[in-house]
Ligand binder design. Structure first.
Ligand code: SF4
Length: 219
């Protein structure tokens, strides 16, 4: 596999590149300063043919130590609410926008997202899910190419090329805010309802009741 060349979201499934090949290209990546402080590069985990792909922000402390996304309390919360959508961890794939932990869990810097996001785009192209669930603002902003906050975007689906995108709260943030946790659970029930009404092979289109246009991005 050569240099990552990542166009925007397409409607057609691109060439097949395995997740293992993408990981091999990353190697001991040192493309941004986070390489200096990380313990482990956290690539992603799950079903390489997942119908639903989850995207978070960046590894936290536990993820950095264990090398796997969404472990610890946030991971437990995610595991619990997955059942509301009729899903298990084995069904899905999970990755973050950044593969290395920002020190102290600070927000990702734009240059770090720029350096790391080609790997995520390649992962998305390899898995080619029907549905992408973005967890929290950084992942949502990256996938939907908007600066609009999660509270305005959540609660409905958005079409982005081939993909149906469901933005919702990050399970770690929801643990600190019971109102967000309720909304997060409501979103997962909505996802379960969508999956039940759109069996595998029926195509991934935003249902009519959720098909309002994405709000214009704030510049
Ligand atoms: S965050 Fe991404 S780009 Fe930066 S060092 Fe880690 S893998 Fe490389």
């Amino acid at each position: 596999m050569g240099v990552m060349h990542i166009p925007g979201h397409e409607n057609q499934r691109p060439r097949e590149v395995s997740l293992e090949e993408i990981r091999a290209v990353m190697g001991d990546c040192r493309l941004c300063e986070l390489a200096q402080t990380r313990t482990t590069l956290v690539y992603g985990v799950g079903n390489p043919r997942a119908r639903v792909m989850f995207i978070g922000e960046a590894p936290g402390k536990n993820e950095d130590l264990q090398g796997e996304p969404f472990v610890g309390r946030a991971g437990e919360n995610l595991n619990g609410i997955l059942s509301l959508a009729g899903l298990k961890r084995d069904d899905i794939y999970i990755a973050n926008v950044l593969k290395c932990r920002p020190p102290g869990n600070r927000n990702p810097k734009p240059e770090e997202v720029l350096a790391c996001s080609p790997f995520l785009r390649e992962q998305i192209r390899s898995i080619w899910p029907d549905i992408i669930v973005t967890l929290g603002n950084p992942a949502t902003h990256f996938v939907l190419k908007t600066e609009i906050g999660i509270t305005r975007l959540r609660g409905r689906f958005h079409q982005m090329g081939h993909f149906v995108v469901m933005p919702t709260f990050h399970p770690a943030a929801a643990l600190r805010n019971p109102a967000w946790q309720e909304l997060l659970e409501a979103d997962f029930r909505m996802l379960g309802d969508y999956l039940a009404r759109h069996p595998v092979g029926s195509g991934a289109q935003v249902p009519a009741e959720h098909s309002e246009a994405l709000p214009k991005a704030v510049e």
